[in-house]
Design a protein around this ligand. Structure first.
Ligand SMILES: [Zn+2]
Length: 607
């Protein structure tokens, strides 16, 4: 959007969680100098970081406009996300309600236990004044029941507002306002300093015996490792203050990156318990999520594809580079955990083995490159259906393996000069990221990426761009791991369940055995079974979501079994010739024999 009218008068918002039981926020918006020809207002249709059109305007319930005298001004909806007000003398004020019942990190939610909103869901943008400063007055819900509620956000407080208090907050422009989610409610507070910068931890949701001290100590290590990666000399963090905001729920997982904070959802059982020093799988997952979103503080919130500089919040923003922004971030999230000593090398190898298995399982990887997957994220990855594994490749999972391949290849080619993928990230940071919010908002063009990698490392990576980024050939992981003394093998041994023959389908667990995915060319597909079919019996024995593995484990691969299944309400019977066991994951084993491999491996995993 080009700014023709640059108003210096601030755009003023106020937001109040007016009716938690009805999940309604009330927002007022005052524009001191509206367009004399009639002001236009817009709500974003998507939120950066989550590449899907979500039509947030569908949650605007009522909307009215007034002039300075309090008289109604005509305003009409002109398309799915825009409103046009009639010309008015002096300021114009809008008042509207937003329905907020989305317990995710992407939209807005309000009930009597928590309030949460992203600016993209609740704050209409004023056309032509996107560059104007914004003031937001955040008010408490009415009534004494909410007297212990506080406000958590990385938005700077206006004068007179206490940290975590209700009151006025400021943003330099609409883009900044939209990039600072706000959480309201009662929450546990912790924090730490990482290389001189204050980091706050906010945990809302009911968590018994939360070990906040451990969480703070662990996150500090991850954050310091990442700051040192990007700024090894100065150790300068990219922010003045950072806030990790987590909502702990019974069953949930997700995160969204922002320039100075992240909004996360996790299982309350993932969080560390006082007096229990072990690292559970859930906690490892949670730390990985925190590490991922924190890495985005550099990679995608400051180093950006040109298509995101600036974002156009009114439509899809196409880029073929999400493999670089999501895939590389996914590579570094767990790598930073092992480098900072929070997980063991064995843990890290297990995580890599799972990712490799996940990527190699779907035939979609042979049809779509990570560049194409990035471009089509809006209609494919984010709208994945039952055919996704046969049709698309994840720019997260495959993208993280592409990053691994770049890293190992650069290290192997430049052993004498000690180059690595870290040098690529640092050059991206110096050239595009460091000054992004300091007057140089420039994104990287797709055609410049390959040259930048070569400049940063001196390595020949053309084959990897051709085959791994733009192509669909499987990555030569065996050969890439070899100089690092790592052997890769499918996980068939040591686990009896892994030897069971397979239908070649993914099943939703539970009382019914419903096929969620039928893999291309699999036994199930050849026998005419489809996603959505409910299996009821195998060779005359009742099958459920939980006993399928047990039933199949009695057979050998190649055996023929009679399967009864419902499609819609019609019973069908088919013979299935069972497939060989599926490889769900791979095992990485360190095998040191020759001199340098151990040294190379340690240098890679220790940073
Ligand atoms: Zn991400």
């Amino acid at each position: 959007m080009t700014e023709l009218i640059q108003s210096m008068q601030p755009v003023c918002y106020s937001i109040v969680p007016k009716n938690p039981a009805a999940h309604l926020f009330e927002v007022t918006l005052t524009v001191a100098e509206p367009d004399p020809a009639g002001q236009r207002f817009l709500l974003p249709v998507w939120i950066p970081g989550s590449y899907m059109i979500r039509e947030f305007a569908r949650n605007i319930v009522t909307l009215q406009a007034f002039n300075a005298a309090g008289r109604k001004v005509a305003i009409e909806k002109i398309d799915k996300h825009a409103w046009q007000a009639a010309p008015v003398d002096g300021p114009i004020m809008l008042r509207y309600e937003v329905y907020a019942w989305d317990m995710s990190v992407r939209a807005a939610h309000l009930d009597d236990t928590i309030g949460f909103f992203n600016g993209t869901s609740v704050f209409l943008a004023v056309e032509g004044q996107a560059g104007a400063p914004c003031i937001v007055d955040i008010e408490p819900p009415p009534g004494g029941a909410y007297r212990n509620w506080r406000v958590a956000t990385a938005l700077p407080e206006a004068r007179g507002t206490k940290r975590y208090g209700f009151g006025a907050y400021e943003a330099a422009n609409y883009d900044e306002l939209a990039d600072h989610p706000v959480t309201l409610g009662e929450f546990a507070l912790g924090g730490f300093t990482a290389h001189g910068v204050k980091h706050d931890i906010v945990i809302s949701g009911r968590v018994v015996n939360l070990d906040m001290n451990r969480l703070a100590a662990d996150l500090k290590r991850v954050c310091e490792a990442q700051i040192a990666l990007f700024e090894p000399r100065t150790k300068k963090a990219p922010v003045d203050r950072y806030v990790f905001v987590t909502v702990a729920v019974g069953d949930g997982y997700g995160g969204l990156e922002h320039r100075a904070s992240t909004a996360l959802i996790c299982n309350r059982t993932d969080l560390p318990v006082q007096g229990r020093p072990e690292t559970t799988e859930g906690y490892r997952t949670y730390l990985g999520l925190c590490s991922h979103e924190y890495f985005h503080t550099w990679n995608v919130k400051r180093i950006k594809p040109a298509a995101f500089a600036p974002y156009d919040l009114s439509q899809e923003n196409y880029t073929t580079l999400l493999w670089l922004f999501e895939g590389f971030t996914s590579y570094y999230d767990d790598l930073m955990l092992v480098r900072s000593g929070l997980i063991t090398v064995g843990d890290y190898f297990n995580l890599l083995g799972k990712t490799i298995g996940g990527v190699l399982r779907g035939t979609g990887r042979l049809k779509q490159s990570v560049a194409q997957s990035s471009f089509d994220a809006w209609v494919k990855y984010y709208r994945a259906d039952e055919n996704a594994p046969n049709e698309i490749v994840s720019y997260y999972q495959k993208g993280s393996l592409v990053a691994l391949a770049f890293d190992l290849s650069i290290r192997a080619q430049t052993d004498n000069r000690n180059k690595s993928l870290d040098d690529v990230m640092r050059l991206l940071w110096q050239r595009y990221g460091r000054d992004f919010y300091h007057g140089k908002p420039r994104g990287i063009l797709e055609e410049d990426v390959e040259a930048l990698f070569a400049e940063a490392t001196g390595a020949d990576l053309r084959w990897l761009f051709r085959d791994g980024v733009r192509g669909t050939r499987d990555l030569p992981l065996d050969a890439l791991f070899e100089p690092f003394g790592i052997a890769l093998a499918p996980d068939l041994l040591g686990n009896g369940a892994a030897l069971k023959p397979s239908l070649g389908a993914r099943v939703r667990g539970g009382a019914d055995c419903t096929l969620a995915v039928v893999h291309e060319g699999s036994a199930a597909q050849k026998a005419g079974l489809s996603a959505g079919d409910v299996l009821v019996a195998i060779d005359g024995l009742r099958v459920t979501g939980s006993n399928l593995d047990g039933l199949l484990s009695r057979y050998l691969p190649g055996a023929k079994v009679e399967v009864h299944a419902f499609r819609r309400d019609e019973l069908r019977c088919t013979e299935v010739k069972l497939d060989a066991p599926e490889v769900a994951r791979y095992v990485l084993t360190a095998i040191d024999g020759r001199g340098l491999s151990k040294q190379w491996r340690e240098r890679w995993l220790k940073g």
